[in-house]
Design a protein around this ligand. Structure first.
Ligand code: GLU
Length: 447
């Protein structure tokens, strides 16, 4: 339910951003939490502060022409939404996927504002991407696309302006090609302009692992809070990309057991525990399909083409693939099978209906803007290392990450308690993130 004072703000957002369903969804969820803030502190609704938070500071849309391996000219659309810079330079990933449009980029950018605020580090919120589909493209095609994308993007970003990173479809390879072109166009080695870089040219140790590791650190705190731990917990992790792989690694390290993961083609179920080395080889090296896992394993492992991973019984569920991948029906199936904790490794993978079901059933639910903040937090640590021309050890970086995730967890719990909704991590995350951004914006006047 949205407080009636906030209803006109939502109406304006819906009208002004017609057809952008995911953006509407993300805004609605935050506004639902803010009713309790303005009831207690009406000043946060003054000077159109909340309206301003819902309107990006800047939106850039551009043509990305490139030439494929058959000498054909291809055209994609590029985006960068610079949503909010109250706490620091815009910060957020770039996504390459055919589903990318302005509404998707805006939802991601909006979430990023609060996520970055929750990290406690000095970073604003932004997001970018393109409807380019990397699937089946050669390395050369990827390079030409990344270069063309940066030929336009370079004039809008900078160490103190906007610092992109990876997301779906953008990993170390793409960041390398983009950094190379940025460096050439600007004739300066500005390490802090992108994060997720390779280690040899300014990347941070533990950045690759950070989103997945961070999600599992967050869940460790949730479990501690419930008086339990990962030992012998059956876990299901959707996806098999960067977030999923490192979530699975950390779950194993903490004594849990991952029995299923997936990709857009299907689901693998391995009751012996997913063989992570094999997943990594298929996904990171071969850039192949998860069905190859079943082919390599033979009996003992099941592959369900087009299957639904949420039908696999588990104690802990980690949606780590993409937005709205887990709906009300899936939530019901998980609840029936006894799930106790659901944590979003991806951005907004659970539909509002699914979240409602989990909360009504007493399942602890961690929203992505809290649970997956470890990625962007470690990007901010990469920026710190670049600014001081330093390079930290894996241990030091991971220790900082673990500490940050613990702090985010505690601030969600404390804020939820303070606002009369114990164990509501959605409310805690939205309010704690909002208050940081709002306080900075109020100090800066109407801008
Ligand atoms: N794309 C990631 C996210 O959703 C990371 C962003 C970054 O490192 O800037 O938070």
């Amino acid at each position: 339910m949205i407080d009636e004072k906030l209803q006109p703000i939502l109406s304006t957002v819906l009208h002004r951003n017609a057809g952008e369903a995911e953006f509407h969804q993300a805004v609605r969820e935050v506004l639902e939490s803010l009713g309790r803030v303005i009831a207690r502190h009406p000043e946060y609704a003054d000077e159109a502060l909340i309206e301003r938070i819902c309107e990006p500071e800047r939106q850039i849309i551009f043509r990305v022409p490139w030439i494929d391996d058959n000498d054909q000219v291809q055209i994609n659309r590029g985006f960068r939404v610079q949503f909010n810079s109250a706490l620091g330079p815009y910060k957020g990933g770039v996504r390459f996927h055919p589903s990318v449009n302005i509404g998707i980029v805006k939802f991601l950018g909006f979430e990023q504002i609060f996520k970055n605020a929750l990290s406690g580090l000095p970073i604003g919120g932004g997001k970018g991407g393109s409807d380019f589909d990397p699937k089946g493209r050669s390395d050369r095609e990827i390079m030409r696309f990344c270069q063309s994308f940066m030929v336009e993007l370079h004039r809008h970003i900078g160490e103190y302006v906007d610092v992109p990173a990876g997301d779906i479809g953008v990993g170390a390879r793409e960041i390398g090609y983009m950094f190379g072109m940025y460096k050439r166009l600007n004739n300066r080695f500005e390490a802090g302009v992108l994060t997720g870089k390779g280690l040899v040219y300014g990347g941070s140790r533990a950045r690759k692992e950070a989103t997945g590791f961070g999600t599992v650190y967050f869940v460790r705190s949730m479990l501690e809070n419930m008086g339990t731990d990962f030992e012998d917990k059956r876990c299901v992790v959707s996806g098999s990309g960067n977030v999923a792989i490192y979530a699975m690694q950390k779950i194993n390290a903490f004594g849990g057991k991952v029995v299923a993961c997936s990709d857009s083609g299907g689901v693998i179920i391995d009751e012996d525990g997913i063989d992570l080395d094999l997943v990594r080889e298929i996904k990171e090296e071969r850039r192949g399909r998860i069905s190859e896992y079943a082919e390599a394993k033979g009996a003992g492992c099941t592959y369900k083409h087009g299957g639904n991973i949420w039908d696999v019984p588990c104690d802990l569920a980690f949606p780590c693939a993409t937005q709205n991948e887990l709906d009300g029906r899936d939530a019901k199936a998980l609840i029936k099978n006894g799930v106790t904790v659901v944590a979003e490794g991806a951005n907004m993978p659970c539909t509002p209906e699914a979240v409602k079901q989990f909360q009504a059933a007493g399942v602890r639910f961690a929203p992505g803007k809290a649970a997956n903040a470890g990625g962007v937090a470690t990007s901010a640590l990469e920026m710190q290392q670049n600014a001081s021309r330093d390079s930290w050890s894996f241990e030091k970086t991971e220790e900082r990450l673990a500490e940050i995730m613990g702090n985010i967890h505690d601030s969600c719990v404390q804020t939820a308690d303070e606002y009369g909704a114990p164990d509501d991590y959605v409310l805690g995350a939205n309010i704690a993130g909002f208050l940081r951004v709002a306080d900075a914006m109020r100090a800066m006047g109407v801008i």
